[in-house]
Design a protein around this ligand. Sequence first.
Ligand SMILES: NC(=O)c1ccc[n+]([C@@H]2O[C@H](COP(=O)([O-])OP(=O)(O)OC[C@H]3O[C@@H](n4cnc5c(N)ncnc54)[C@H](OP(=O)(O)O)[C@@H]3O)[C@@H](O)[C@H]2O)c1
Length: 322
Amino acid sequence: MTVAPIRWGILGTGNIAGRFTEDLLRLPDHSVVAVGSRSPRSAEVFAGRHGLPRGYGSYAELAADDELDVVYVATPHNVHHSAARTCLEAGRAVLVEKPFTVSAAEAHDLIMLARERKLFAMEAMWTRFNPVIARLRRLIGDGAIGQVQAVYADFAVNFPYDPQHRVWAPELAGGALLDLGVYPVSFAWMLLGPPDQAHAVLSAAPTGVDANTAIVLGYPSGAVAMLHCGLRADSPQTATVIGTTGRIQVAAPFWRTDSLTLLRDGLPPETFSETPVGHGYTYQAAEVAARLRAGDLESPLVPLDETHDILRLLDSLRRSPS
Ligand SMILES: NC(=O)c1ccc[n+]([C@@H]2O[C@H](COP(=O)([O-])OP(=O)(O)OC[C@H]3O[C@@H](n4cnc5c(N)ncnc54)[C@H](OP(=O)(O)O)[C@@H]3O)[C@@H](O)[C@H]2O)c1
């Protein structure tokens, strides 16, 4: 049986908008119908490059296109809230890049609006749909390493210092924690749930955004998480989950991994590998399609309340003394 393709609109014409569009175009049951940009010229160039039928010179015009099933919001973080709000108010479902918004308050507003309008919404926390990460969750759920005691994960990148670039610019909600730290924090949350203790040490860039940040989380079970993110140096970008009877090492980059190794007491190591399809965003696109076709308003793998609670944690970590 053939199914009607999911019709996507792309909001923004930057780096990730292009990469996600390339992945959508690899999938037979998705079509990319339109792009919206702040500038008509950028919309035209992006539409031409990817062979899209329509390019709009404003986000509002994109949102008003009623032939779209869902809009992918791919702007700097500080614009996610207003752009997603424009889409939801126009009746469009949304997939919003990470971090969903720059604060829990903004996330709350979007979540309430999506629920009120009965529209699907999800943060693009694509790592959760990676098949190796799905295997990791199954292994831990099956007790392969006993009770989880600790999670280590890091995501630091040596970004050349440029106060105009969105990762360094406070006016674009830059900083390591919001841009990169959201991955290890979300990873630990996926495995351990909400922490009951949270501490961070943040080292600031000259622009004032956090540039080198360590996070320690504690959980009611007694487990802990040790996480790091930064903008000044390349870290291993691995993740390790340590349990009472073994551990699992997730290969770099853990946020787009292609393998994990299970190390169990007294047993030979076992490695599970799977090469991501395309740039790795295809699984996330498939999840959005499945949820839209089922009439669901959110994904159980990236629940909206959890997105909100993670942002509340990031809010509190950013208030830590630097
Ligand atoms: N999932 C992932 O793997 C991944 C990877 C990278 C980034 N991201 C996320 O995706 C988002 C975009 O990142 P990116 O690297 O694609 O950024 P980017 O290359 O700078 O592109 C952002 C786009 O947003 C639009 N925009 C709207 N207001 C803007 C403003 N005030 N300043 C600059 N651009 C503005 C622009 O498109 P128009 O001019 O056409 O409107 C611009 O091209 C971020 O939230 C980031 O966290 C996710």
